[in-house]
Design a binder for this molecule. Structure first.
Ligand SMILES: [Zn+2]
Length: 66
C-alpha cells in the first residue's frame, strides 16, 4: 500500500480519527478518498485504486463467512 503515501487525495487512517469532515459512506475501511478543502467529504474504498487489492474490513469479513 506504499504507493498511496504521497497522494493527498487519499486519506489513510482509522475512520474514527477523521474529525474535520463528513464521511459519506458506511464502509469499514481505513482508506478514504477526500473531496474538498475546508470541510472535506470522505468516501470509503473497498479496493486500492492503484493495485486493486481489497482494503476494507467489510470485504475481509465477507471472505471469512464463505
Ligand atoms: Zn495498493
Amino acid at each position: 500500500m506504499s504507493e498511496m503515501s504521497d497522494r493527498e487525495f487519499v486519506r489513510i487512517g482509522p475512520i474514527h480519527s477523521i474529525s474535520n469532515g463528513r464521511i459519506v459512506t458506511e464502509i469499514d475501511t481505513e482508506f478514504h478518498l477526500r473531496f474538498g478543502e475546508d470541510r472535506p467529504s470522505y468516501a470509503g474504498m473497498h479496493y486500492c485504486p492503484w493495485c486493486g487489492k481489497s482494503i476494507s474490513r467489510d470485504l475481509w469479513n465477507r471472505e471469512k463467512k464463505k
